[in-house]
Design a protein around this ligand. Structure first.
Ligand SMILES: [Zn+2]
Length: 356
């Protein structure tokens, strides 16, 4: 797609907001270009309590629950030079609760996100969690999170109880996200039956990149990306294995053996190229090179994956971006310019004119 979709609208809205935000109120470090982290997690007490109550000390096959606080997040951001972060809940989201509890906790977490944003409007934005086991509740929460709390987008998992986003069940949700032009962060979670084949290894090592690949392949081949082209999707970790497998997915996706999901190869590649990809823990030359074969630089975003990635690793990953050999304009686009297109309101508060 290159610079299509909301490029013009986003840029003009951000510029307008930016003009209303003085530099003294922004999170920009003087002398350094702005950096907007679109892949930053938070674990407010209301969420960590839910994990603890469910007995979840290790997540997704072995990852310890990291500590998170506003102060810890701000200290890491200051240390690394991250101007602002869009907070989201990570895997396993609230998938371990029954529908009623999931809806109630989702509401409380979204309210908490808005409070954190209100305490630090120039540093934090929020991506809403939705209680996706009950689509009616999810649609209600979407409305509340966007209209009442004015959060900046949504974060949804790659699968919900083993169902992927191209499933008919999620069509009304995607239609609403499309109508509202919601920036939608699709975060990996463990696949169904993961314990049967995890090799004793935690899911983030192999299954998270595969999950992103699987979920996006489903979205693309089900035709949803083409149908709902006003949703700006963000895919973590440079798209998992998508850049490496794109040609294979396109080649096999066009064969009759695929059945109703059969799609012409150019359409598959076009859909993949229309999505946005963050560089969280994926800024090696090989990964970046493969990603750039798939998408223009306008579709690449900065991500840290804090606090699941601890502060020293966030700092190292940030330096890795500086070592990719980007020119100044490419670095500016990746660190903040492209995010300001997707999150014009937050970019205006966070980075003011520096985002452009
Ligand atoms: Zn993450």
């Amino acid at each position: 797609m290159q610079m299509t979709r909301r490029t013009m609208l986003g840029a003009s809205s951000a510029a307008l907001l930016a003009s209303k935000t003085s530099e003294a109120q922004t999170g920009v470090t003087p002398g350094r270009s702005a950096t907007i982290d679109v892949h930053a997690h938070f674990l407010p007490e209301i969420y960590s309590d839910a994990l603890a109550s469910a007995g979840l000390k290790l997540l997704d096959g072995g990852m310890p629950v990291p500590k998170w606080s506003e102060d810890l997040a701000l200290a890491t951001m200051d240390q690394v030079g991250i101007s602002g972060a869009l907070l989201s809940v990570s895997s396993p989201f609230l998938s371990f609760l029954n529908s009623e509890d999931e809806a109630r906790r989702s509401r409380a977490i979204n309210i908490e996100a808005s409070k954190i944003r209100d305490r630090h409007p120039n540093r934090f934005g929020g991506l809403a969690i939705l209680p996706l086991s009950d689509l009616t509740a999810a649609m209600e929460e979407l409305k509340f999170a966007l209209d009442t709390l004015e959060l900046d987008g949504v974060a949804i998992p790659t699968n919900i109880g083993g169902e992927y986003l191209g499933h008919e069940r999620f069509r009304p949700l995607l239609a609403e996200l499309n109508a509202r032009r919601v920036t939608t962060f699709v975060h990996p979670t463990s696949p169904c039956c993961f314990e049967a084949f995890n090799l004793g290894l935690p899911a983030p090592m192999l299954e998270f990149p595969f999950e992103t690949t699987r979920a996006v392949t489903d979205l693309v081949l089900s035709g949803r990306i083409a149908e709902f082209s006003d949703i700006e999707f963000i895919l973590p970790h440079a798209g998992g294995t998508l850049p490496y497998l794109a040609q294979r997915i396109a080649a096999i996706g066009q064969l009759p053996v695929v059945g109703p999901k059969q799609l012409a190869a150019p359409e598959t590649l076009k859909a993949l190229a229309s999505m946005n990809y963050d560089l969280a823990l994926s800024a090696t030359p090989a990964q970046y090179g493969a990603l750039r074969q798939l998408v223009p630089v306008t579709n690449i975003l900065y991500g840290s994956d804090f606090p699941f990635t601890p502060a020293p690793a966030v700092a190292a990953a940030d330096m890795a971006i500086d070592q990719l050999g980007l020119n100044d304009e490419e670095a500016r686009q990746i660190r903040s310019g492209n995010a300001s297109r997707l999150f014009p309101g937050f970019a205006g508060r966070c980075c003011g004119a520096h985002a452009h």
